[in-house]
Design a protein around this ligand. Structure first.
Ligand SMILES: [Zn+2]
Length: 290
């Protein structure tokens, strides 16, 4: 499943292809990938208009695991890749892959290219907005701060008063946007914090360590192009390079790279969670106030 580093990697690659391009035509192959509540009408012409037809692409941005494509006239298309979604750039004459749900014909300089939204399992989708402001008020406003831009102050603010465990809290997109199973386990291991430690019970020094780990791991993963997990591949079809660096994710029962003890694995908030019970102990604290 694409997480923040994969989406950021995609955003950068995609931007290098489509920034400044003119959208000549849009073909929505499957209506239900578009969220109707955020769309202006049911006519095909309205739909295509909302899907940026006729616009020139000014920039792409991202919040958490969601990406947005902006046109110069202010329209916005928000893309969520879900479990198996991807955006592809291809030549117009290249065969459409199975499960292509939307195609944009682009003129980039003098080149005619296509951008394609492909999503076999259809947990992803497209949302259209009249303006960046509508995107923020109607969709991104519900998300917590973007995980890669966290600092200790914003992390402390997001975790304050929470009795749920760190794993549950960090996976909650309204607390922090962009973290998934892999990077939460990796960050908790690196910062020596137990997945079930109540999120509101951390000391300032632990919040600092956690923030450094979250941001550091995400930055490294972005640089490497994300993790190679299941169906994920970036635009060029290259698998990401980060998976070789996982310390705990997918390593339940193997040796801890720090102390050599066998790593524990269990379901925490219905997600397979791996940690070292020697390096990451739960700290019992009477009071949560720091
Ligand atoms: Zn250990």
């Amino acid at each position: 499943m694409p997480e923040l580093p994969e989406v950021e990697h995609l955003r950068r690659s995609l931007e290098s292809w489509i920034q400044g391009a003119r959208i000549r035509n849009v073909h929505l192959e499957r209506l239900d990938v578009l969220d109707w509540r955020a769309s202006p009408g049911t006519l095909k012409s309205d739909r295509n208009q909302a899907l940026l037809q006729g616009g020139r692409i000014s920039c792409l941005d991202r919040h958490g695991k969601q990406m947005a494509i902006h046109t110069e006239d202010g329209r916005v298309l928000c893309v969520h890749l879900g479990m198996s979604g991807r955006m592809e750039i291809a030549r117009a004459e290249d065969e459409l892959p199975a499960h292509t749900h939307c195609v944009w014909d682009l003129l980039a300089g003098r080149r005619r290219i296509q951008m394609r939204f492909v999503d076999p399992r259809r947990f992803g989708g497209l949302w259209t907005f009249r303006s960046r402001q509508k995107l923020l008020s109607d969709r991104w406003g519900a998300l917590g701060p973007d995980a890669v831009s966290l600092d200790p102050e914003s992390m402390a603010q997001q975790l304050r008063g929470r009795s749920r465990g760190l794993k549950a809290s960090l996976l909650d997109q309204s607390v922090v946007a962009g973290l998934g199973n892999i990077y939460v386990d990796e960050a908790l291991f690196e910062s020596k914090l137990h997945p079930r430690q109540p999120a509101g019970s951390l000391k300032q020094v632990e919040i600092g360590r956690l923030t450094t780990s979250v941001v550091g791991i995400l930055r490294r993963a972005i640089k490497e192009g994300g993790s190679t997990i299941h169906t994920w591949a970036d635009l060029t079809g290259d698998p990401g390079g980060f998976s070789t660096q996982h310390q705990v994710y997918g390593r339940g029962g193997e040796m801890c790279t720090t102390c050599g003890q066998r790593l524990s694995s269990a379901q925490v908030v219905q997600r397979t969670t791996v940690w070292c019970s020697k390096c990451q102990t739960i700290k019992r604290r009477k009071r949560w106030e720091i």
